[in-house]
Design a protein around this ligand. Structure first.
Ligand code: NAD
Length: 319
């Protein structure tokens, strides 16, 4: 297959590159390297099946041509990370929404309509306190989220754009709602919790728990995420589908901190930091976030290969 990956030098994107090149596909990456790094793709620099363009999806002049070549497009390019979302809310909206629209228009411009896989997020569920989040629930954006609402809005808009291009023009759209994804190549500087905890534990520094620590999340290893994503897109074929992609094991942030300490054999202690101090503004953190994986499993038969403990061990070993 011919695969275009926008944001392919980033955390999730670079693992997708690994997966598709290992399957014998041709892979073209476009990335502006705003948060991604070329080093994530170092293993493939001399591979004739791999091409890289450093460019912004909003202005890249070869977008239409490469979209016309592709059988499947993963659109991952986006402004991500809580710190950046709070610091640059308008940029988040502009990049994430306009980038998605430009890509969908390009996919509709040629005779052949490629499959478009859009990276959505569990953030579209907003402040939803359900035990388990299902794809058919209403999407609610709340001002309780502070400036972070911009990211949720941008992902909801991307989903709406994907669905409307699917209905109006027959572009097969796979909308993947990623829940918290962790693993090798994730960097902590934009507010991601697991790389921060691992770095602190390995150095025996205080583990900074933002907020109370009772909030729960479900973490999926990126190597599982990309296998699930490929399976979802393959099974969807020319159909349009929205599905959660993640892991349904739930853990509180305080328990996660203890687990990281234990796996790293660290002497670190927990240090609670108010959200205002951590992010520069107050907001109400989302209390729980656990995906229903019924749809993903029914469609693909997907099973996870990595436990949370294994992922943490791998991160500790390479920190
Ligand atoms: P990332 O920052 O590592 O990847 C995003 C990539 O997009 C980066 O390489 C960045 O340089 C690139 N990029 C940003 N703006 C661009 C532009 N205008 N043109 C070209 N490239 C651009 O983040 P990630 O965690 O790999 O996220 C990938 C996608 O998955 C994003 O759309 C994100 O919103 C979504 N997502 C991730 C998670 C998670 O837990 N990691 C959860 C939910 C959703």
């Amino acid at each position: 297959m011919h695969i275009l990956i926008t944001g392919g030098a980033g955390f999730i994107g670079s693992h997708l590159v690994d997966l598709h090149l290992a399957c014998g596909d041709q892979v073209h990456v476009v990335d502006d390297l705003s948060t991604g790094v070329r080093a994530n793709l170092a293993a493939h620099e001399d591979d004739p099946s791999f091409r890289f363009d450093q460019a912004d999806v909003l202005t890249w002049d070869r977008l239409e041509r490469v979209v016309g070549w592709a059988d499947r497009i993963y659109h991952l390019a986006a402004v991500v990370g809580v710190y950046r979302v709070i610091a640059e809310p308008t940029k988040v909206l502009a990049t994430n929404i306009a980038g998605c629209e430009r890509l969908l228009r390009a996919a509709n411009a040629g005779g052949w309509k490629p499959q478009v896989v859009l990276a959505s997020s569990s953030e579209v569920y907003g402040h939803n306190d359900e035990d388990i989040l299902r794809e058919d629930q209403d999407l609610v954006v709340s001002t309780k989220a502070g400036t972070r609402w911009g990211y949720s809005v941008s992902k909801i808009a991307d989903e709406a754009l994907g669905l409307s291009f699917a209905q109006r023009f027959g572009i097969p759209a796979v909308i993947a709602r990623f829940f918290n994804t962790i693993g090798p190549r994730q960097v902590g500087r934009y507010g991601m919790v697991v790389p921060r905890f691992v770095a602190q534990a390995v150095r025996d520094e205080p583990i900074t728990v933002f907020g109370g620590g009772a909030q729960t999340r479900s973490f999926c290893d990126v190597r599982d995420t990309v296998v699930a994503l490929d399976a979802l897109a393959t099974h969807a074929g020319r159909d349009t589908v929205t599905a959660n992609v993640g892991n349904d094991r739930e853990i509180s942030i305080a328990e996660l901190a203890q687990l990281v300490i234990e796996r790293a054999g660290s002497r670190s202690q927990l240090k609670h930091v108010p959200l205002r101090e951590a992010y520069g503004e107050d907001f109400e953190d989302i209390r729980r976030r656990r995906p229903s994986l019924d749809r993903l499993r029914q469609m693909t038969g997907f099973n996870h290969c990595y436990t949370l403990e294994q992922t943490i061990d791998d991160l500790v070993a390479t920190e």
